[in-house]
Design a protein around this ligand. Structure first.
Ligand SMILES: C[S@@+](CC[C@H](N)C(=O)[O-])C[C@H]1O[C@@H](n2cnc3c(N)ncnc32)[C@H](O)[C@@H]1O
Length: 222
């Protein structure tokens, strides 16, 4: 599987190279998992996003984190390490091969007690959740983000932070739809709808960071 975020940066290559070369203080085992995933082109967050999220989570020390898009358990383990194993992470994935691999990784890292895996489609699981989360990280099927938005806002603590990964489609999100390949038109339309909805909502504060394929950060206005 190709990790498209790795090959479609939205910043200058020199900037990206610098960001990708900077180390992040994760454990040697997690670094090995990251390197293996990058070698095998398994879609995990790119290094610049790793660096940003590690610092952010280390600073905020969220107690409860919800993630949509577990893959092999890399980002969920990053959250555990950035909080010195103090956070409880709930993570959702529907792809068995991926979450089985994640389970093996958490077992190897000793993080099974910190992470709860919910298996199935997030579209079915999110409406059933009742807890509230300090940090919610959406990193799954981009065309579904707009559908997930009301649910994740419902689940976000009043002072919580919602982060949505990969919203820029390599920057093509702002190109006219007529220039977009047929198979990408749906994602193009739905990501545009997401950005329009979020920025038009005066109960939300949004900021779009050019990390990876674009990280949309949202808080609620009080
Ligand atoms: C980009 S990967 C997640 C990477 C992971 N957050 C990391 O950086 O380590 C996206 C994952 O989302 C899962 N996914 C996509 N759409 C989903 C959905 N609607 N419900 C549950 N999982 C979904 C895929 O199976 C895949 O494993």
């Amino acid at each position: 599987m190709r990790n498209e975020m790795m090959s479609r940066p939205v910043v200058k290559p020199e900037v990206l190279n610098f960001l990708r070369q900077q180390p992040v203080p994760i454990s040697a085992q997690l670094l090995k998992i990251q390197q293996d995933a990058n070698t095998k082109l398994i879609p995990i967050i790119p290094q610049e996003t790793v660096s940003y999220l590690f610092q952010l989570v280390a600073q905020l020390q969220p107690k409860k984190i919800l993630e949509v898009g577990t893959a092999i358990g890399f980002s969920s383990s990053l959250f555990v390490e950035a909080t010195h194993q103090q956070a409880k992470v709930t993570t959702i994935d529907r792809f068995e091969t991926m979450y089985n691999h994640a389970h093996e990784n958490w077992q190897r890292l000793g993080y099974l007690a910190n992470i709860q895996l919910l298996t199935g489609d997030a579209a079915d699981i999110l409406p059933m959740l009742t807890d509230h989360y300090d940090l919610i990280f959406l990193d799954a099927a981009k065309a579904q983000y707009i559908k997930f938005l009301p649910e994740v806002l419902r689940l976000l603590q009043p002072n919580g932070l919602l982060i949505i990964d990969d919203v820029l489609q390599g920057g093509s999100i702002f190109d006219p739809e007529t220039t977009i390949r047929h198979r990408d038109k749906g994602i193009h339309r739905k990501l545009n709808e997401l950005l329009t909805t979020v920025y038009a909502d005066d109960t939300l504060l949004a900021s779009l960071l050019p990390l990876g394929d674009g990280l949309l950060q949202i808080t609620k206005v009080h």
